[in-house]
Design a protein around this ligand. Structure first.
Ligand code: F0G
Length: 451
């Protein structure tokens, strides 16, 4: 049988609301064509992000009731710590409220003026936390990872030659650590191979540098390794996950992705000196070291989520259902970042709307068009998001991020049909101009005008 079904049945449902075209027209105007400023209740299918938007399982909800809310040494903390130690082999587990809190603590400790931090592609918050300390964040993904239609099984791989060149140019003493993001979100949700991670490890060993992972989507990455890397298909995802973490000296993790929870994060470390200093910062702004800004019930739900995410039925369904959306769009002649990533499909908006030049925001025009036509919310990753600095982004993309275990195949069929209809009438997509923008991070609050 070819159909891969959702490996769960539904016990609790949450209504979603159909709006009329007239309502959406009004709402778009009221929000000045910025979909961040629309109420979620007015969105039918929300593909803004896969972060914190997943559905929890019955066992996670049971964990919510079991949560121990003691300030120090809560039972729920030990449940989580045991799970993470078992899954990753890391002895030192620090809880945080989300990924960027882990990043803030890490880079406050190792960043600073004159430092350089390489990555395949830094996620925005990682880059911002590095730059906030005065350090420089450098992206070194392989060349294929920068081209939408280039097919490569591990398009998130680090360019090892460029990494070595950077270390030599900058000098190893200026590089506090080397980071790799799995999967590579900013590069299209593309995986990194085990071989490439081993290559990074070898270079780090040679120059005596620590190797860190941004491991938000580690389970999806491990599934791609099992599917695509020579010699890995007979191994369990758990074994592959363990291999990945064994290579690293530390990891920042947003549990809002592969932790299958709505809030939570982790900082994993091996170096005891670093752990002691990180604990201090954790207590300063997040909370005591056994809860890190989370409720006991959140810790309990996280412990269960990190267990469920490595179930292979789940991962097969997860990655296949994303791929299904990508295949159908490609078959309709819509250019996406190929091959489909794990958590999202990225549409090439410049190809979709060739009549709209980058300075008139083709990605935002498509985002507006999708909402106007079908009540779907996506996010622009192009000139609106990155154009403020005056440098043109490599691609004009629209991301359809797929929340975990939330939408069924018929929801996704509706999304596919809607995108194809908008594509057929793409000449109607309207160029935009910015009517107002804040000094930075304009995509969240900018106001647009349709031309
Ligand atoms: N690293 C990566 C690769 C991410 O994708 C994110 C979040 C973070 C770090 C930060 O984690 O949000 O828990 O603080 N990505 C979300 C997204 C926001 O929509 O892609 P956080």
């Amino acid at each position: 049988m070819k159909t891969i079904i959702e490996p769960f049945r539904i016990k609790v449902v949450e209504p979603i609301r159909m709006t009329t075209r007239e309502e959406r027209e009004r709402l778009l105007r009221e929000a000045n064509f910025n979909l961040f400023l629309i109420r979620a209740d007015d969105v039918l299918i929300d593909l803004l992000t896969d972060s914190g938007t997943g559905a929890m399982s019955s066992l996670q909800w049971a964990g919510i009731m079991r949560g121990d809310e003691s300030y120090a040494g809560a039972r729920s903390w030990y449940v989580l710590q045991d799970r993470i130690r078992e899954l990753t082999g890391f002895e030192h587990v620090l809880p945080t409220h989300q990924g960027r809190a882990s990043e803030r603590i890490l880079f406050e400790l190792v960043g600073g003026r004159g430092k350089v931090v390489p990555n395949n592609n830094h996620f925005d918050t990682t880059r911002a936390n590095i730059e906030h300390t005065g350090a420089q964040a450098v992206d070194l993904v392989i060349a294929e990872g920068r081209q939408a239609s280039a097919r490569h099984p591990f398009k998130g791989n680090m360019d090892l030659a460029k990494l070595e060149a950077l270390i030599n140019d900058a000098g190893p003493e200026r590089i506090p650590l080397v980071m790799v993001t799995i999967t590579n979100n900013s590069g299209g949700g593309q995986p990194v191979s085990l071989e490439n991670l081993r290559g990074v490890r070898r270079i780090c060993d040679h120059y005596k540098l620590p190797f860190f992972l941004d491991a938000c989507r580690f389970a999806e990455n491990a599934w791609f390794i099992k599917q695509r890397e020579a010699g890995q298909d007979s191994r369990s995802v758990r074994e592959i996950v363990r291999d990945i973490f064994d290579l690293a000296d530390g990891a920042t993790i947003s549990a809002k992705k592969d932790g299958l929870v709505n809030i939570g994060g982790l900082l994993l470390l091996r170096d005891l000196g670093l752990v002691r200093r990180a604990d201090e910062l954790l207590i300063l702004t997040e909370g005591f070291i056994t809860y890190g800004g989370l409720a006991g019930r959140d810790l309990e739900a996280m412990a269960q989520g990190f267990d469920e995410v490595v179930h292979e039925d789940y991962l097969r369904y997860r990655v296949r259902s994303t791929e299904y959306v990508g295949e159908r769009l490609l078959a309709a002649g819509i250019q996406i970042v190929e091959p489909p990533g794990g958590h999202a499909i990225y549409i090439d908006a410049q190809h979709f709307a060739p009549h709209i030049p980058p300075e008139r925001f083709p990605g935002q025009a498509l985002v507006v068009g999708l909402y106007r036509h079908a009540g779907i919310r996506a996010v622009e990753i192009g000139s609106v998001m990155f154009g403020q600095s005056g440098t043109a982004p490599a691609m004009e993309l629209v991301r359809l991020a797929i929340p975990r275990r939330v939408y069924t195949q018929s929801h996704m069929d509706y999304v596919i049909e809607a995108i194809i209809e908008v594509f057929r009438r793409r000449g109607e997509l309207r160029p935009l101009e910015i009517a107002w923008e804040p000094p930075s991070l304009r995509h969240f609050t900018a106001r647009f005008r349709e031309l």
